[in-house]
Design a binder for this molecule. Structure first.
Ligand code: SAM
Length: 363
């Protein structure tokens, strides 16, 4: 790269891109199906903020009223505003971004969204800075219920530091819920040095297996996949450059829970969704492999049990079973085979899966 990575990314998001219509690929502008409520919230966001949205997924988990939330690489603020409205008056959202032009758009429309959602100044804050230096931003360790990020980590050279610091900032039982771009193999150096590919969130992407190992070594022992979507590359020049690498937008949720194990173990436990979450009266999803219907006990591994029992989800479930007897490995609960299947099922870029979110059942 002619400049260093940081200058190049700031230039791309501050000067080159005026709106998301200027993007060359779908990597930073994925449209995911969502509920009516979230759609109407998105539509209520100020148009200047919406047209500078460069996210690659939906980072709005359930049950976040009153939550303390940190948005890493918040850009023009779309997700921060939506999350603040859902977190409400007892919640707090801090967005951080290193590109001056992006954070200025968020600041400019802060008051507008506070008035729109009945919030106060203290509910929403934007900080100009690098997410690698997040621990210098006077934020309390172990204080966040939720950390989110939308299409940002791929742009950061020191991804390990971001994951480690996110772990430190989360409360026990909190989670890092974020969307980003991943590749099906390691991206070669000459592509990483291509400013357009890097800026478009492609060549800085981690090979998904490397990400999974990095997350685990940073303390997030059992990364869970919420959604996977192939990236469509219609620009011929870009397509030629990256071939045969395939890229996917993946939303992960990483819980900070001390007792999670490296593998899914079977202790004979089961959980039942009570149906008491207003936005999900019939069923609730934990991840791509776990949907819990209202009023029906489902067998779960020890890790899934802990994710529901030790997090803000606890009050929505009934729990059965103890840790007394180990029955061996819980079958097919790890996301790894899900991704492998997806990658091996698709042998060309943009092969028909791009229209809808893929969902391959696990446990
Ligand atoms: C693809 S855009 C996504 C922005 C926002 N999350 C959204 O969904 O619209 C990437 C953003 O990450 C920011 N960014 C990239 N690297 C960063 C870093 N190291 N620290 C802080 N912000 C960073 C850029 O400034 C840009 O606003």
């Amino acid at each position: 790269m002619s400049n260093n990575i940081e200058d190049s990314v700031k230039n791309y998001y501050g000067k080159v891109l005026k709106t998301n219509r200027d993007l060359k690929t779908s990597a930073c502008s994925i449209d995911l199906t969502t509920s009516k409520k979230i759609k109407s919230l998105i539509n209520s966001i100020h148009p200047e903020v919406n047209e500078k949205f460069y996210g690659c997924g939906l980072i709005i988990p359930e049950a976040i009223e009153g939550s303390h939330i940190l948005d890493l690489g918040s850009g023009s603020g779309r997700d921060s505003f939506i999350l603040a409205s859902l977190a409400g008056k007892k919640g707090r959202v801090v967005g951080i971004d290193m590109t001056k032009e992006q954070i200025e758009v968020a600041q400019k429309h802060k008051k507008y969204h506070e008035e729109l959602f009945g919030l106060e100044d203290k509910n929403l804050k934007f900080v100009h800075g690098k997410i690698e230096n997040i621990l210098d931003a006077s934020l309390q360790l172990n204080s966040f219920d939720l950390i989110v990020s939308n299409c940002v980590i791929n742009l950061v050279p020191n991804k390990e530091k971001v994951l480690q610091d996110a772990f430190k900032l989360l409360k026990v039982g909190g989670e890092f819920y974020f969307s980003d771009i991943y590749s099906d193999r390691r991206v070669p150096e000459h592509l990483i040095n291509n400013e357009l590919l890097y800026g478009e969130c492609l060549s800085g992407a981690l090979y998904w297996n490397d990400f999974s190992n990095l997350a685990k070594s940073s303390g997030f022992k059992d990364p869970r996949i919420v959604s996977v979507k192939p990236i469509t590359i219609s620009n011929k020049e870009v397509k030629k450059l990256i071939d045969p690498i395939k890229f996917y937008s993946i939303t992960y949720r990483l819980f900070k829970i001390q007792d999670l194990e490296a593998d899914c173990e079977d202790y004979g436990q089961a959980v039942c969704y009570k149906g008491n979450l207003e936005e999900s009266p019939h069923s609730i999803d934990l991840d791509q492999g776990h949907t819990f219907p209202k009023g029906k006990f489902k067998e779960v591994c020890g890790n899934t049990y802990l994710m529901l029992n030790q997090s803000r989800m606890r009050k929505y479930f009934e729990f059965a079973g103890s840790w007394d007897t180990h029955h061996g490995t819980f079958p097919n609960c790890n996301p790894k085979p899900i991704i492998n299947k997806l990658f091996t099922d698709n042998d060309s870029q943009g092969n028909g899966l791009e229209e809808s979110e893929s969902s391959i059942p696990c446990c």
